[in-house]
Every structure is written in structure tokens, then in C-alpha cells.
Design a protein around this ligand. Sequence first.
Ligand SMILES: Cc1ncc(COP(=O)(O)O)c(C=O)c1O
Length: 360
Amino acid sequence: MKTAPIPYIAEAGFSVTRHGKPSGPPESWIQLASNESSFAASPAAMEAVRRAIGEIHRYPEPSSSDLRNAIAARYDLPAEQIICGNGSEAVIETIYRCYARPGDEVVFSRYSFIQFRIFAERVGATAVLVDERDYTPDIDALLAAVTAKTKIVLLANPNNPTGTWLPRSEVRRLRDNLRPDIVLVLDAAYAEYAESEDFTAGHELVAGTENVIVTRTFSKAFGLAGLRVGWAHGPLSMIRVLGRMKQIGNVNRLAQTAAIAALGDLAFVNDVVRTTSASRRRCAEALEELGFPSLPSQGNFLCTRFPDAAAVHAFLLGQGIVVRPIEDYGLGDFLRITIGSDGEMDRLIAALKQYRDEKG
Ligand SMILES: Cc1ncc(COP(=O)(O)O)c(C=O)c1O
């Protein structure tokens, strides 16, 4: 199915008040709307930023070469096949700008990251939204939606806003059955959180291709959303094309510094992932008991079904708790709830219990 233009394109973006103003003083608000990490950044990253502050009158390293080397060493990838950007969002948009033109088609699942649609609009391409199966991308349907006009296919795994994921075999099947002249973007923004044994971020699927690119971010488990650092690993031919389209010094000096330091403190990230997944399990069970079931999630968030999601959203705002209504994704019966600290989740669960007891 083809989509109509998104009328609110100019408003796209994240902010605590974008979806309504929470009650109470700002310091008491709980921000569970944007899938940021609720567990801060590594102390090593924060210290590195403090140390680098005296150098902010200097431009950043233009192609993030130290950061690319650090990523290459950490993930065992060739540094020349990595490109960094101002968030993975910027990297994905650059892919659109390089490979899609007006009249072209870009194919992805119906409940994909909303920016996939917005980027298509920006380059004048047609977004083709493909029906899912059980709120999970359907590889056969994605492949069936490909036409002679298709230039890019995207798969976010785990997916936002549903949290669902596909096993390695399905991702491989998509790659193996896609025409090699179509760019396949494997968006692995939430890969750190994926615990399933058969999960892959997809780096091994890049080798031997000229069209498969994996995008990653420091915004989630690494806790650097406010600095905007993302990266992609792809074939040299694609990385060269993307490099011609990116701005010089497109990742700022403090962001590069922080990301390098964050990569040096993997114990911190592992701890964030463990804490997030324990909290996600506990929260999903508590909400289920209250009568609010969630989709199975491998992200740092839950996609939870409510009999009246709009009313629950308004009620939570009244308690100073900001979650994400996702009717713009076509999921008006759900709210997307970012996993927070134990204290934050306790407050959320208590508020939802109160809602259920008063209104349910
Ligand atoms: C699926 C997905 N991809 C990409 C991004 C962009 O992340 P960033 O630009 O912060 O790296 C997000 C952000 O929420 C996301 O959910």
C-alpha cells in the first residue's frame, strides 16, 4: 500500500512535551517516550567529555577516524567499511539521499520507525508499507512488494515501535532473495538489547555484497542520545558513496570523544542491558496482570495494548509520566513505554493500577 504525505512532517522530532505537557514540576517527570537509555552514560564517557571541553574551539576529526578505528576494533570490522553520522538517523537519511529519487520506491514494514516514511517524503520517493504478521515484519510480504522501481528495502531488527524481532535465518532469507541492485538497510539500533540466541545485527551479511548495510547507534544502550552518534557498516563501494554525501566533521568533537570512551567501558553497557531486560520482564508481567498485555520485545521498550490508549496516555501525563502514543504509526490501541529504572517502573505500574482501579 502506498501512503499519503505525512501532514505533521515539520513537527517530527522528540521532546518530553511533544505528546502533551505532563503535570507537576519538570524534575518530577518520568520520560518514557523516546526509547533513550534511562541509565545514563558510562562514567568514562562523561569524564572524557569533561576533559575534551577545552578543545571545543577546534573542529572535530572530519571523518571520525579514531572513532571508526575504535568501532572496527570492538566489532571486528574493517574501519574503511564504517561511516559515522549525527545519529544513525542521519546515516539512514544519507542512504536515502544517495539511492532514492522522485518516483522510486522504498519498501519497509507497516509498523517501522516513522523516520523511514519521512525520509522517503524528503527525497520525493514513494514509501511502500508492507503488512506484518503478528506485528512482526513478514519477509515474504516484503519480497513480494518489491517492484522494478524499488531502490531501498529497510528492516529494523529489533523493530521500533513494536519491539518484535526476526531470527537470523529470516534476515538472511531477505538478503538472499533481494535483487542485488536494491540497497538493503538492516537497522540494528536496538541490537545491544536483543538476547535471543538466533538474533543477528547482520554484520556477517554484509560480506560479499555490494548492497547490504547495517546501521547502529550509541543513542540506546550506550546512553549517548544527547550527543547524536550513529554509524553504519557496509560494502566499501557504498561507504564511499555515502562519504561523498556527508558533511565534513558530521559528528561533533564531544560526541566522537564520548563514543570512543563508551566503547572502552563495555562492562557498563552490559550492565545497562542486563538491568533493562530484567526491568522489561518485570514491567511486562506487572502490566499483563493488570490486563494490559505487551508484544514480545527485545528492545528497551514495551509496546503495550490498552482498551483506551488515548485515555491512559492522558491519565499518565496527569501523573507526570510521559509515554509515546503511536497512533501515527497506525497503532492507536497501543502505547510505547520506554523501560526505566526500577523506581520509574514502580511509579508507572502504580499509576496504571490506579487507572485500572478507577476507570478500568
Ligand atoms: C529503529 C530506529 N532506528 C534508528 C533510530 C535513530 O537513532 P539515532 O538517530 O539516535 O541513532 C531510532 C531511534 O529511536 C530507532 O528507533
